[in-house]
Write a protein that binds this ligand. Sequence first.
Ligand code: ADP
Ligand code: RBF
Ligand code: MG
Length: 206
Amino acid sequence: MTSTHSTPMSPQSPHSNPPTSRSPLAGPPAGPPPPFPIRLSGPIVEGFGRGSAELGIPTANIPIAGLSVGGNEDVESGVYYGWAGVDVDDSGKRIEGENGGRKGGVWGMVMSIGWNPYYKNEKRSVEVHILHTFPHNFYGARMNLLICGFIRPEYDYVSKESLIEDIRVDIEVGRRSLEREAYLKLKGERYLMEFQGEGHENEVSD
Ligand code: ADP
Ligand code: RBF
Ligand code: MG
C-alpha cells in the first residue's frame, strides 16, 4: 500500500461485459496474497434498503469512511470474500458477554466495495452479505472484516436478474474458496471477535 492516497472523486467507469464462464475458486491455495488479508471494521448502518427487498440478498453496510482509515481508500472497487465477526448470535440478536465484554460469531462473507454501477450510486459503498441465514436484522451491531481475496470487478448488468445470478455465483465462489485450509485457519483470528474498539487501526464510527 502506498503512503500517498488518492480519494476516488468520481465513479470509475464500470466494466460492462461480465464473462459468461466463471472460475469456481478465487485466490491461491497457499492463502491470501498481499495486500490481503485487509482488516476493516465499523458499525452496521442503514443503506438504501434494496438488498433484501429488491434482490433477496441482504447486505450489512458499514460506513465508507472505513476505507479512508488505515490506508485502504485506494482499494479497488469490486467483489471480495473473507470472514466477518459480528457481535450477534446465530439469530441476529446482540449478545452481552461476561464483565460487560461482547461476544459474537464469525461467518464467511462476500462483499461489494463500489459504486453499484447497476444502480448508478453516487457514493462508494461497503456492503457485506454474510453466508448465514439470520431471522433478525442487526443494525447497530459491530462488524470486523478480514478480507481474504478479490473475486471480480463490478459490472453494470443488463437486468436485475443477471445481477442476482452473478451474486449467487459469488456466494458459491466465496464459500468454496474459504473451505481451503489456509483460509479456514484465519477464521480463528482473535481480531474478528474483538468488539471493544481497541487496537483496530481501521476502526470507524458513525
Ligand atoms: P440496507 O440497504 O439498509 O443495508 P438490506 O436490505 O441490505 O438493507 O438489509 C441489510 C440488513 O439485513 C443488515 O444490516 C442486517 O441487519 C440484516 N441481515 C440479515 N441477514 C443478513 C445477512 N445474511 N447478511 C447481511 N445482513 C443481513
Ligand atoms: N452491484 C452492481 O451494480 N454490480 C455488481 O457487480 C455488484 N456485485 C455485487 C456482488 C456482491 C457479492 C454483493 C453482495 C453486492 C453486489 N452489488 C453489485 C451491489 C448490489 O447492487 C447491492 O448490494 C444492492 O444494490 C443493495 O444495496
Ligand atoms: Mg445493505
